[in-house]
Design a protein around this ligand. Structure first.
Ligand SMILES: [Zn+2]
Length: 423
């Protein structure tokens, strides 16, 4: 049996000359958790506005399951020839949606996500939320028809000054009528402030008319919410910080403004405990396909029974999470335990290149199944030391990738003369 336990491991990419490069240098401090505040959204419904269609009706459950993991993807523009990294070709977008579907991820709407966060509804173990920022024409003309093909709900984060007629509108802006059309067909619309200026910037051309920085912040976050609510007759509950930038003051004002959730662009796996005022999204960049595959890998390998890793571990590269047996830190009694690993997170492993070495033992025979991406090593001779290090290596796109993990074998006597330090 393959134990579905997800652990973050040390993962090295060994360059051709043997130089090991550690991949997880992007540590960030773990952040305090915060309870989502009660919704204070006050929809202002225009008399003539049709009732917004709910993209994902939530079935209330008595005892909602708070387990489940979510990745939130953030897109911007969809174009045949991407002008920059924030543009993605329709074909690439469609193939990503295919990967989501084929990978067994459930795309849920923002309303389902919020209901889960409130403890009112359960979500599938591997859930994904799709968001599109800014309000470019291509989200309506290009992305929407593709999303419709898959039947996937999605959220548009709109900065209101960019909507046609607004101070920052351009040729690629959507109009309020187009937003109404999207709303009527079930597209979720939320706020991305008024002017899309970094909320951390204390001076700027939009701020002169405000008495204080705080007042300007309030206007950016509450003003856009109110305008979207009054123009579209919706309840705006979610904010995406421009450029993902925020700090304690910004987060406080966002929550005071009545947002139930606020998103950054710091990609991470979201759980029920993730702080509501800084929920990470994966900002997809066409020049970095790894962002998308890392996002899927973040919740892809372990199924629904995986324990939630500590926040610090979450900060590590997604590619470093892998299901293994024995799992990291496990205490086993057998002298010849089965050694297994799910290599799915590594991507396309070249069959025939998977090697497993055990401290004190050396290389062991290994079987790799390219279809399931599972590797299994067999110990012919017994373990020699209590503290065991497993080193698994393989070629991925001609590069050697090495993963290490450790477990304890209690069957080896502590004072065993054969015992050697695990290295
Ligand atoms: Zn934006």
């Amino acid at each position: 049996m393959f134990k579905a336990v997800c652990f973050v491991k040390k993962l090295c990419v060994v360059a051709p000359l043997g130089a090991a490069i550690l991949l997880w240098s992007c540590k960030r401090p773990s952040l305090p958790s915060a309870e989502p505040p009660p919704s204070a959204a006050q929809p202002v419904v225009e008399p003539e506005a049709p009732k917004p269609a709910d993209p994902a009706p939530v079935q209330p459950v008595k005892h909602a399951d708070t387990s489940g993991s979510v990745i939130v993807l953030c897109y911007h523009r969809f174009e045949e020839k991407p002008k920059d990294a924030l543009g993605i070709t329709p074909a690439a977008f469609e193939s990503q949606l295919n990967a989501i579907k084929e990978g067994g991820y459930s795309v849920i709407g923002m309303s389902e996500f919020l209901a889960w966060r409130r403890g009112e509804a359960s979500i599938p173990a591997k859930s994904c939320v799709i968001t599109i920022d800014d309000g470019f024409r291509s989200s309506h003309d290009v992305a929407w028809p593709i999303l419709k093909k898959f039947g996937y709900p999605f959220t548009m984060f709109i900065y209101t000054a960019y909507v046609k007629g607004g101070a920052l509108a351009g040729g690629a802006s959507l109009s309020w009528n187009e937003l109404k059309q999207m709303r009527d067909e079930g597209v979720d619309i939320q706020s991305h402030t008024i002017n899309h200026q970094s909320l951390r910037a204390k001076s700027g051309k939009f701020q002169s008319q405000f008495a204080s920085y705080e007042e300007w912040l309030r206007n950016e976050m509450l003003g856009s919410k109110r305008l979207l609510e009054s123009n579209l007759g919706i309840s705006v509950k979610v904010l995406a910080y421009p450029y993902g930038e925020h700090n304690q003051l910004i987060r406080n004002i966002a929550m005071e403004a009545g947002y139930e959730a606020a998103f950054t662009v710091y990609g991470q796996r979201l759980t029920f405990q993730s702080p509501a005022d800084q929920l990470g999204r994966y900002a997809i960049e066409s020049t970095k396909p790894r962002i998308f595959s890392d996002a899927l890998a973040m919740i892809g390998g372990s199924g629904d029974s995986a324990p939630q890793p500590a926040p610090a571990e979450l900060m590590h590269a997604a590619a470093a999470s892998m299901v293994t047996m024995p799992f990291e830190g496990e205490v086993v009694q057998e002298l010849k335990p089965v050694v297994k690993a799910d290599l799915a997170v590594l991507g396309e492993v070249e069959p025939g290149t998977v090697e497993i070495r055990i401290s004190g033992v050396g290389p062991i025979p290994v079987r790799y199944d390219a279809a399931t991406k599972k590797a299994e090593g067999v110990l012919i001779e017994p373990l020699k030391s209590r503290n065991v290090t497993v080193i698994l290596s393989a070629l991925v796109h001609s590069k050697k990738v090495e993963i290490k993990w450790q477990f304890v074998c209690e069957a080896v006597p502590e004072s065993s003369p054969k015992s050697s330090p695990a290295q």
